[in-house]
Design a protein around this ligand. Structure first.
Ligand code: SAM
Length: 290
């Protein structure tokens, strides 16, 4: 296990906020739906500890990834914790770049992705548009930019939300999502994460983000301005207040009490999805009906 003190927070972050297997499954399905061909190469932006990219290259021998992250600390944690679990051939299929995401990369990839609301860290319109332009230019002729985003009334207020995690059926830690500040004029807030432990210790402000709660309409418009031809919304199912990690392409969203979560999927090239005669309305799939 890495010994650097700065590394201590990452295992709790990964457990509380990441699930690479969902995104591997969803990106593969969405790419197939849009272009009728398999997804092999992707770029993970805001890559943090490289966990998603590592699992992507592990998931099949013809898959490759470029991970782009500006902070050397999570990259080093990722090298020691995740990259080290790949064999030499798998490691060759993962390129790590310590760079700002507003960079054009080569070789071109089929998907550029930003997980966990990370694109909301770009709070100025020009910054986000520069990012979308760089993503567009880094994609192959048939390519997708996939942004995982959240929003809704609950994102725009001061609140704390606690989630408890177990290990071997015993309390392990509590993750506290702390919305400390929100300015409705700029739509920018300060969002922090603390970790609490059964022995009373607290890792306060383990992560702190300044983020803008962009609307889906803004993201769509900016993606179109950056050159993308279509923009789809894949809505995450939330059943009995549990986010399912499972998404449906829709044109008309359901009413939202507190929050929503979706992928904004911007298309470079020609989508093979046929335009439906009527806009697609959200519905709860039969598999979730009791
Ligand atoms: C919310 S974390 C996301 C970590 C992980 N990829 C996930 O899905 O949970 C955001 C990460 O983006 C990085 N980051 C922030 N701004 C960036 C930029 N302009 N270019 C590259 N990385 C950036 C931060 O250092 C941080 O590791």
């Amino acid at each position: 296990m890495p010994s650097n003190k700065l590394f201590a927070r990452y295992p709790f972050y990964e457990q509380a906020f990441q699930a690479p297997e969902y995104h591997i499954r969803n990106y593969t399905r969405i790419f197939k739906e849009v272009f009728k061909k398999p997804l092999r190469s992707l770029r993970e932006d805001f890559a943090g500890t490289l966990w998603f990219s590592t699992e992507w290259v592990r998931s099949a021998p013809d898959r490759s990834a470029i991970a782009v992250e500006i902070d050397p600390v999570p990259i080093e944690y990722g090298r020691q914790t995740h990259l080290a679990t790949l064999d030499a051939e798998q490691q060759k299929r993962l390129k790590i770049l310590e760079r700002d995401v507003r960079v054009v990369t080569n070789p071109k990839v089929q998907v550029v992705s930003a997980g966990n609301e990370s694109c909301l860290l770009l709070t100025k319109r020009e910054e986000l548009k520069d990012y979308f332009r760089a993503a567009y230019r880094s994609l192959t002729d048939d390519g997708l930019m996939i942004l995982e985003v959240e929003g809704g009334p609950a994102s725009a207020i001061i609140l704390q939300d606690r989630e408890h995690f177990l290990k071997d059926n015993k309390p392990w830690f509590t993750s506290v999502w702390d919305q400390q500040d929100f300015d409705p004029i700029t739509n920018v807030g300060r969002f922090a994460v603390h970790f609490e432990f059964p022995d009373g210790k607290v890792m306060k402000n383990a992560f702190v983000y300044q983020a803008r709660i962009w609307t889906i309409a803004d993201l769509k418009e900016l993606a179109e301005e950056a050159g993308f031809s279509d923009v789809y919304v894949y809505w995450e199912h939330c059943i009995d207040e549990v986010w399912m990690g499972d998404y449906m392409r829709i044109d008309i969203a359901p009413p939202v009490d507190e929050g929503w979560s979706c992928y904004v999927v911007a298309v470079k090239g020609k989508s093979r999805i046929k335009k439906s005669k009527r806009p697609i309305k959200y519905r709860i799939p039969a598999r979730y009906k009791k």
